[in-house]
Design a protein around this ligand. Sequence first.
Ligand code: COA
Length: 395
Amino acid sequence: MSQADAAFAKGLEGIIAGETTICSVEQGGLFYRGYEIHDLAKNATFDQVAFLLLEGHKPSPAELDRFKAEIRKERPIPHHVTRFLQETGPALKAGTAVPMDVLRSAVSILAHTDPDCQSVAADANLRKAKRLLAKVPTIIGQMQNVIDGRPLVAPETGGDPALDHAANLMYLMSGQKPSPEYARVVDVSLILYAEHDFNASTFTSRVIAGTLSDMHGAVTGGIAALKGPLHGGANEMAMEMLKEIMHDVGEKGIGTKAVDDWMQRAFDTKRKLMGFGHRVYKNGDHRAPILHALGRAIAEKDTRNPGGHAALQWFRLGEQVQAIMLDKKKIHPNVDFPCGLTYFTMGIPVPQYTPIFVASRVSGWCAHVMEQHANNRLIRPLSAYRGEPPRKWNA
Ligand SMILES: CC(C)(COP(=O)(O)OP(=O)(O)OC[C@H]1O[C@@H](n2cnc3c(N)ncnc32)[C@H](O)[C@@H]1OP(=O)(O)O)[C@@H](O)C(=O)NCCC(=O)NCCS
């Protein structure tokens, strides 16, 4: 057995691929720089958490004011990015372009006018991290404006300076300022999504940064990795799956054997149920119950009728699916499952769920890029070769 075989684990399961001081993901808890996720979800704001991740410590009130002012100043996006979004409008409407791909391209071309683009120095990286954090919501907002065919919301300011990151994102997407309750729930969802150690997209960003490539490239790669349905794309796919179940069983089927039968068919065909399971958490994702409770509270009061069914019915269906999954497969929901339900209840368009994840996780990616650049070694693992034995071309 070769040295590579000895260390092989499919999907790098259980392999420690580096050191970090940013986040710890364990069965027993999720911590950002030592602060436990329930504590942060209850007592912090996303803006504070982004500061914690990027600048390394809990901000004082003065530091937070300074940080928020820096972010606000960076919210407008260059005209060439706006033009790109407008020109992509027909493809977005036709469905050949999807928001995650458009966001990925927009972030990549942001680099072209960033004065620090080619530097990997710590101060340049921090400036770029703040610009990316500030500009991603503006890109998402303008993209949604283009899709909806409305004039761009606040294109010269990137939103309303009085609004924090989450509320401003919702405002930019819709032109409507969210209620304090909605804004807080989205803010908490962003806290929960901000960071998760060496998950696939963050690891991708670190691999790119490890070649001493630049932050925009690393974040662009992170977005590409996050899009996949086994990773961040699961929040959209979880909601699409619930829509499929609702369509198949009907509202009257909720709470009945019809849902068990649907699930059994999924198990029989070995279908992966989106929003369930996790590589690290085998006894449940710490983030999921936090968001589920907040989303359900909104659904209980909801007076609108998204998708033709009362919002609470979607939660009831989701809860039944969760119970069957736990009973039959012993698999818990991950954070993407309640995220799908919660954003749907709020009327957020499904194809923007994963881009909204980016509006948060960009803080974690940038923190990791900075950590990688500060103490770099090229990330270059081995592979276990399973191909043909050595042979002659002209045999
Ligand atoms: C997250 C995920 C990729 C983790 O994958 P992993 O650690 O490689 O785990 P595996 O895919 O090997 O799953 C282990 C077993 O549980 C089953 N399983 C895991 N997640 C499942 C799911 N969502 N639906 C159905 N079965 C699932 C697998 O089929 C496998 O069963 P088997 O041993 O009988 O083949 C996986 O759980 C998944 O695909 N989930 C759905 C996508 C999702 O929600 N992603 C967001 C993650 S935060």
